[in-house]
Write a new protein. Structure first.
Length: 513
């Protein structure tokens, strides 16, 4: 698709946002800046409160010294990249492998089609937002299948297809972090990195009541509740704001649309039967593991160990792979073992950017921690917030962090890249300002902010693709008009989701398990 010409505020925002470098280039620049800063501040010492409330001394290393240069080269590959946070990259890749089997088999798109054909017209917006939220298990299925499907559904009903596409887009993008399934790739990326950020600076990876956190499930209750709250919010926004406006606008239905394309094929129906069998098999295997080798026990020190909770990411990945395999065999998309291998390889072929990004991001973060600059930035930020007496207003602190992150999200795309920028600073900083701002609360606030403004960000990677889909029905639609269409969803999600998190926080409701 060629470059789109836009005018007005939408064009201005798009032109301004495109001036921001790619996150990979940002991390390269940050690495250089951090290195140079360590030269200027090398030897500088300061004291900050430790995790237990005691004062702890810190010193900044000059990274130009021979010993520190050797550290950079010795740790660039194994420790700072592949081993960052106890192997965060490996965990992410394993989850994506399992999701790849389910996605490439056709399971996720078939489920979307099946559910979308089972609901009355009046409930379509609610269903589309809900399906969009759930599709975060595999973002391509949401962006590339659900949104075009929503347009076809509305076109088949003789209504403006952009209504359905806007509702689906809101769920897929603005509700990106919420889900009913624990241990999604988003849970893993945010949770495991949050643990790494906390432990790197002595912040206990525990909830406010002292309960140890599980990286993959520490937000589950909050995100499961958010799924229904956001689905209802999105449906109401569609009915009260978006639908009345779009119903008055003209649209066209392409002659080659093929409105019957969203019906399930015979192969997909057979695949769903196979997926059901795969689900039963996966449940039996996981139950056997939980009751057998992964059952809880007490170690030699009398501490209770729960192996299945420590391996919940692998268990969920096993379930995805087994169900996807069952669908692929039933539908005929997996006819031989090599087809399964090809599915995983195809999914991995899309991860080149993540590998490049994490190499520079993790090495920058490793340098930031080792040099002492991360602790120094945390110290300065904490002192500034304490001077504003925000330690006495943790709710305002929480809301302020959400608003700041939501604003940054307009100009820097990518959940992972922004979390790599903000997490290492704010997870320890906000905890030291107020111990109630535990890693699960801070990372949940980040997820709320990062998702809510996705649909109005020109930097969102699927924005141009969604515009192309919508132009099938309204060829003159501009990029700015598409963003303007999504503003009501963004504002409503940000307001309602923030209020929900504040409610959990104030009432002391656990965010997850």
């Amino acid at each position: 698709m060629g470059e789109q010409q836009t005018t007005g505020s939408g064009g201005f925002i798009e032109r301004w946002a495109r001036r921001i470098p790619d996150p990979v280039l940002l991390f390269i620049a940050f690495y250089v800046i951090a290195f140079a800063t360590s030269l200027l501040l090398g030897g500088h010492s300061f004291e900050s409160m430790g995790a237990g409330g005691e004062m702890q001394a810190y010193s900044i290393r000059s990274m130009a010294e021979a010993e520190q240069v050797r550290w950079i080269f010795d740790n660039a590959l194994l420790t700072n990249w592949l081993g960052f946070g106890g192997g965060v990259l490996g965990v992410i890749l394993v989850v994506i492998l399992a999701i790849g089997i389910a996605e490439q088999s056709g399971l996720l798109s078939a489920l979307i089609k099946r559910l979308a054909l089972m609901v009355p017209q009046a409930l379509l917006p609610l269903l589309l937002v809900l399906l969009g939220i759930l599709s975060s298990l595999a973002t391509d299925a949401g962006y590339l299948i659900l949104i075009p499907l929503a347009g076809m559904l509305y076109a088949g009903l003789g209504r403006n297809p952009l209504i359905g596409m806007a509702a689906a887009f809101a769920g897929v993008s603005a509700g990106f972090s919420a889900n009913l399934v624990p241990g999604t790739p988003i849970d893993v990326i945010v949770g495991v990195n949050a643990q790494a950020f906390a432990e790197a600076q002595g912040v206990p990876f525990a909830a406010a009541d002292g309960r140890p956190l599980q990286a993959a499930t520490m937000h589950y209750w909050f995100m499961a509740t958010s799924t229904f709250v956001l689905a209802i919010t999105g449906a109401l926004v569609t009915r009260w704001f978006v639908q009345p406006r779009l119903e008055q606008q003209p649209f066209v239905v392409p002659a080659d649309l093929g409105l019957g394309e969203f019906a399930l094929s015979a192969a997909e129906r057979r695949g769903l039967v196979g997926a059901g069998i795969g689900l039963l098999l996966a449940a039996a295997i996981i139950a056997g593991l939980i009751l057998g080798p992964l059952a809880p026990f007490e170690d030699s020190g009398g501490r209770r160990v729960v192996p299945y909770m420590n391996n919940v990411i692998l268990l969920i990945s096993l379930a995805f792979a087994t169900v996807g395999l069952g669908f692929g065999i039933g539908a005929g998309s997996f006819r031989r073992p090599q087809d399964v291998v090809d599915a995983m390889v195809k999914q991995m072929n899309t991860l080149g950017y993540i590998l490049v990004l994490t190499f520079f991001a993790y090495n920058f973060l490793g340098l930031l921690t080792y040099s002492g600059l991360g602790a120094w930035i945390t110290y300065l930020g904490g002192q500034a917030l304490l001077a504003l007496s925000l330690d006495e207003s943790p709710v305002l602190l929480l809301i302020g962090f959400i608003l700041a992150t939501a604003t940054v999200n307009l100009f820097i795309g990518g959940l992972t890249s922004k979390w790599m920028l903000l997490g290492p600073i704010f997870v320890p900083m906000l905890y030291f300002v107020s111990p109630t701002m535990t890693p699960d609360v801070v990372s949940a606030a980040y997820r709320v902010a990062d998702s809510s403004t996705n649909v109005i960000s020109p930097m969102m990677m699927y924005a141009g693709i969604i515009l192309a889909f919508m132009r099938r029905y309204r060829p003159e639609l501009s990029f700015g008009e598409m963003l303007l269409m999504m503003v009501p969803y963004s504002l409503a999600f940000l307001l309602v989701w923030t209020a929900l998190l504040v409610g959990f926080f104030v009432l002391g409701i656990p965010l997850g398990f």
